[in-house]
Design a protein around this ligand. Structure first.
Ligand code: PRP
Length: 179
């Protein structure tokens, strides 16, 4: 079997700079908020959330949810293809919530999440996404803060995996498993 070696798509330096820019915008936009809850969606968001939450300069706390999607062949059916495995610890009613995701692909996961969280009546609900693939979108999803738009390639690193590999790479790389 040939070894899979990711090629750099977005360098560590570019990612650090972009996260700094996003954090600055978020810090300005939430300047009057005394407790922003940054919600990371496991597993993929753990590195982006760690970097982003340390770069913002306003009072903030973190919480987590874990979701699971079914196989690719089923993912186009309905939002029922998304399932919650672990819920937030905190009650978010009346709180300002920022969902932090590593990637938006078809959009089903974020769409499900936003409906689920909106039903809890937070004071505000926004999203921050490291990368999105516009060509793959099947449902509209609100992205308030976006790191990078990328083509339809398999990306790894910064929390993104290929069969659980490469999540901790400091850059975003492309893998070509079939080669
Ligand atoms: C990834 C990513 C998003 C979702 C986006 O999670 O973290 O949650 O897919 O895909 P969508 O826009 O097509 O719904 P994944 O299911 O790979 O789990 P992981 O975060 O544990 O790797």
């Amino acid at each position: 079997m040939t070894e899979v070696v990711p090629e750099v798509l977005i360098s560590e330096e570019k990612i650090r700079k972009r996260i700094g820019e996003l954090a600055a915008r978020i810090s300005t936009d939430y300047a009057d908020v005394d407790d922003l809850i940054m919600v990371g969606i496991l597993k993929g968001s753990f590195i982006f959330l760690a970097d982003l939450s340390r770069a913002v300069t306003i009072p903030r706390s973190v919480d987590f949810m874990a979701l699971s999607t079914y196989g690719a062949s089923e993912s186009t059916e309905t939002d029922g293809a998304v399932r919650m495995i672990m819920d937030l610890r905190r009650n978010i009613t009346g709180k300002h919530v920022l969902v932090v995701e590593d990637i938006v692909d078809t959009g089903h996961t974020l769409s499900y999440l936003l409906r689920n969280l909106a039903a809890r009546q937070p004071a505000s609900l926004k999203t921050c996404v490291l990368v999105e693939k516009p060509e793959r979108r099947e449902v509209f999803t609100q992205i308030d803060y976006l790191g990078f738009s990328i083509p339809d390639v398999w990306v790894v690193g910064c929390g993104l995996d290929w069969a659980e590999r490469f999540r901790t790479l400091p850059f975003i790389g492309v893998v070509h498993p079939g080669r």
